[in-house]
Design a protein around this ligand. Structure first.
Ligand code: SAH
Ligand code: SF4
Length: 372
């Protein structure tokens, strides 16, 4: 069955391209002599099966599996470790071909059996938000589209026995709208019925608030959700939390959010991490209600997740409820996000991947095991 393109790829120097990064036309070029149904089998094996390598796609002839394995990397990432919290939250530490490490979190659903995968778009983050563990790391590099897609595919393969994910949120490490090209390509693959098969409405991109990125996302052809991390209703307070706020004020950010709402007719979610004595006063809830007045939006209040060395604390549950109630009283839809996976430091937006948490926790009470 030797095909020239596949043979060329087998002999090509350098790392093999990841299978999930290969488009339909590239796959057709790699396998010009194979019938369409064969290519569909290859696709299904990569995207939709329990196989962890080409050798396990038993629907394919052995010789084709071997040749694919020489030409392509089945996955661009390999699992280093996984940690499981008592509430079912699972945190994965992944390693790339160049030894970059980053985290992915699988969150149990509040509604049923399906789960949500919280993916990283970058290893580390350049934004430096002062309450964010990832922000303390700085940026290592952008993740490729394949490295993003493979996070979801890995979790889905590992969940075949139950709790398979049907949602994806870009709330792991990094700022997705500082890596728009790769995030765009990853979403394109994830919502393609022949590949990831996810509903676009089941994809949410969370941003610290980059107006150019929001404008770009507005032009994307899919109905993906947008979450904007606000954390404060005044420029002064926001600037102490989000360094970007010194360059992008709230008026500019609200203008780009409203433009998104008008163009897409979709609701925006505002993420608001609750920090004791910083942004949790009832008066600040009123300021927030004024800021988003007239918008099609929803406010998600996230109790601060502490991490070693953090300069903040979470407010009491009562303070958080009073803040929410004040928003509701002013006609703003608001909910308090349930804190999950706290004992494994595995909640979204609390990822470090610097080894410290993984090493320390693995010596402690929380269960940890190697999966590789
Ligand atoms: N960079 C993007 C997406 C990743 S952060 C963004 O900032 O939106 C995902 C969410 O987790 C953001 O809303 C962020 O503000 C929140 N977050 C970060 N650190 C947190 C912490 N320690 N406790 C609670 N929420 C946190
Ligand atoms: Fe980056 Fe988001 Fe963390 Fe800010 S909150 S440092 S943008 S990951």
């Amino acid at each position: 069955m030797t095909t020239n393109a596949l043979a060329d790829r087998e002999c090509a120097p350098g790392p093999r391209p990841a299978a999930s990064a290969i488009s339909d036309s590239e796959l057709a070029r790699l396998l010009p002599d194979e019938p369409r149904y064969r290519r569909d089998q290859v696709r299904r094996g990569i995207y939709d099966g329990a196989a962890r390598g080409f050798d396990q796609i038993t629907s394919l002839p052995r010789i084709l599996r071997e040749r694919l394995d020489m030409a392509l990397a089945f996955s661009s990432i390999s699992p280093d470790r996984v940690r499981v919290a008592g509430d079912g939250t699972r945190a994965f530490l992944f390693r790339t071909a160049d030894d970059t490490i980053f985290e992915t979190v699988q969150l149990p659903s509040e509604r049923g059996t399906a789960t949500t995968v919280c993916v990283s778009s970058q290893a580390g983050c350049a934004m430096g938000c002062t309450f964010c563990a990832t922000g303390t790391l700085g940026l290592t590099r952008n993740l490729s589209a394949a490295e993003i897609v493979d996070q979801f595919l890995h979790v889905r393969r590992e969940s075949r026995a139950g709790g398979a994910p049907d949602r994806i949120v870009f709330m792991g490490m990094g700022e997705p709208l500082a890596n728009t090209a790769n995030v765009h390509d990853a979403i394109e693959a994830l919502v393609d019925p022949g590949r990831g098969g996810l509903g676009a409405r089941h994809v949410t991109v969370s941003t610290v608030g980059l107006p150019a990125g929001i404008a770009e996302l507005t032009r994307w052809p899919w109905q993906v959700g947008l979450a904007i991390s606000l954390h404060a209703a005044s420029d002064d307070v926001r600037a102490t939390l989000v360094p970007l706020a010194k360059h992008v004020d709230l008026a500019t950010l609200m203008a780009s959010s409203v433009a998104y709402q008008r163009a897409t007719r979709r609701r925006v979610s505002y993420e608001y991490t609750m920090l004791r004595d910083v942004n949790d006063h009832v008066g600040q809830a009123r300021d927030l209600a004024r800021l988003v007045d007239g918008q099609t939006c929803h406010v998600n209040l996230i109790p601060f997740n502490p991490f070693p060395g953090a300069a903040y604390e979470a407010p009491s549950a009562g303070t958080t409820r009073r803040f929410r109630d004040e928003l509701l009283r002013h006609g703003v839809a608001a909910t308090i996000r349930r804190t999950r996976g706290r004992e494994i430091a595995g909640a979204c937006g609390q990822l470090r991947a610097d080894g410290a948490i993984w090493r320390r926790r693995s010596q402690g009470a929380a269960p940890a095991r190697n999966v590789s």
